[in-house]
Design a protein around this ligand. Structure first.
Ligand SMILES: [Zn+2]
Length: 172
């Protein structure tokens, strides 16, 4: 089942999400809903706060090549355990900030530890778009958006555009 995605500015997008103590069927269903919502958007990552749930859960699939098999990842309690000194700049966007894009510089490679859908601990080194995406999504769990990396003026400009978009959508 698809879930509505919250749009910035929204106080729920600025909060720190709570760790998952135990996996439940309800949380697994939430993860499946989030993947469906993400693919439908379409997007390459989604964090639970973006659907209004303040729980440390993200989903992502950064496979972009046509014909390549999808690789949906569900991460409960994801944590960056190591980051490369080497940096990478990508033009980022966000499903909660539609149609706004900006360059963000982050570590090029990160080692991530998480609990998977079966409750098993996983650790994997991610690079390229996967590294950017996982860092962007984990930021959401700490109430941080990609626009928080931008200069204040640019951030305010995007926020004003989003306020306008939300007013238009509310009227429609
Ligand atoms: Zn985002």
């Amino acid at each position: 089942m698809k879930r509505p995605i919250l749009l910035h500015p929204d106080p729920r997008l600025k909060k720190t999400a709570d760790a998952v103590p135990d996996l439940t069927d309800e949380l697994r269903a939430l993860a499946d809903d989030m993947l469906e919502t993400m693919y439908d958007a379409p997007g390459i990552g989604l964090a639970a706060p973006q659907v209004g749930v303040l729980t440390r859960l993200i989903v992502l699939d950064c496979v972009k090549e046509e014909g390549e098999a999808p690789r949906p990842l569900i991460m409960f309690n994801p944590e960056i355990v190591a980051s490369s000194d080497e940096l990478n700049t990508y033009e980022e966007g966000c499903l909660s900030i539609p149609e706004q894009f900006a360059d963000v510089t982050r570590p090029a490679e990160v080692e991530v530890r998480w609990i998977d859908r079966d409750g098993k601990e996983q650790t994997e080194a991610l690079d390229g778009l996967w590294a950017t995406c996982v860092q962007h999504e984990i930021d959401h769990l700490d109430g941080k958006l990609f626009i928080d990396y931008l200069k204040p003026l640019k951030r305010q400009l995007i926020t004003r555009k989003m306020q306008k978009l939300k007013r238009e959508r509310a009227r429609a």
